[in-house]
Design a protein. Sequence first.
Length: 311
Amino acid sequence: MKDLKEKFNFYDQTYLKSYNLDKAIQYQLNLLDSLDIFTREHSENVATIACNLCRKLHLSKGFTEYCTICAYLHDIGKLFIPSKILQKPAQLTEEEYEVMKQHTTLGYKLCIKDTKLRPYYAGPYYHHESLDGTGYPQGLVRKDIPFEAQIIRVADEYDALVHKRQYKSHIGITDALKIIIEHTKPSENAPKHTGYTYAGKINKKIVKKLLKVVIDDIEYEISCVIDYVQHLQDEIKRYKKIEHYIEKRNSTKNKNKQLYYEQYIDLLLHAGESLENFDNLYQEVKDAYILRKEILSNLHKEIKNVKKLVV
């Protein structure tokens, strides 16, 4: 029987694997192992989203591979941020936030010093720049921010919103996308002298593709849950048969009939199952079925809401 606690990964790695990045990023992944678990998982998620965005943008295979590795490395500068700040369970103070912001320049310096990392410095250096000049570390505007960094910025912001990290709470996918869509709109804080006050913080074209990536991911998850619900339905049918023959066995005093029912029950039981644990297993399957049906309903509501969003 399948694991009743089976989890489905929201980020479909199919596109990522199609680029055969294993050898190319092995060195970078070894570095990521030194990061805390939140940062490491976030880096992997951002790389996957960036890869999927590149596919939706119809970018070349070479650029997609390059951008994906840049995304893997985007937070590599956090290796040099004190753990008491990086892993602080509460919101950072203004002083601590200023220290945290240094991860962009620290990541850039690390890449420049290392010949294997040097080609990918744009990810660590520019992923917090904003199109309207309100970002850091340099306050660049749209024309000066590499496109790979604009892609990573969107992927980074999305993953940071939908995944709980230390002091942050998880918010729903639709609400996260609404926040990101708002960041495509002009900001009152944009410096007037740049001429980019109309630009918003992040690239609208990339955000439109993010909606498509998210819809694809939800549809994939729906298909996974549907398959699992079908499996659970089949299991419930099997358990109902077992329950029926248990009742038949218990209702007769005829030894031959009892033996017949027990043999039939044995044929229906799978490895690891017995009459002793039958009741618990049956209840687990029914509970799992109810839970997955609820998840499926929520996913259908989520994708309906996402499809209504306009960038």
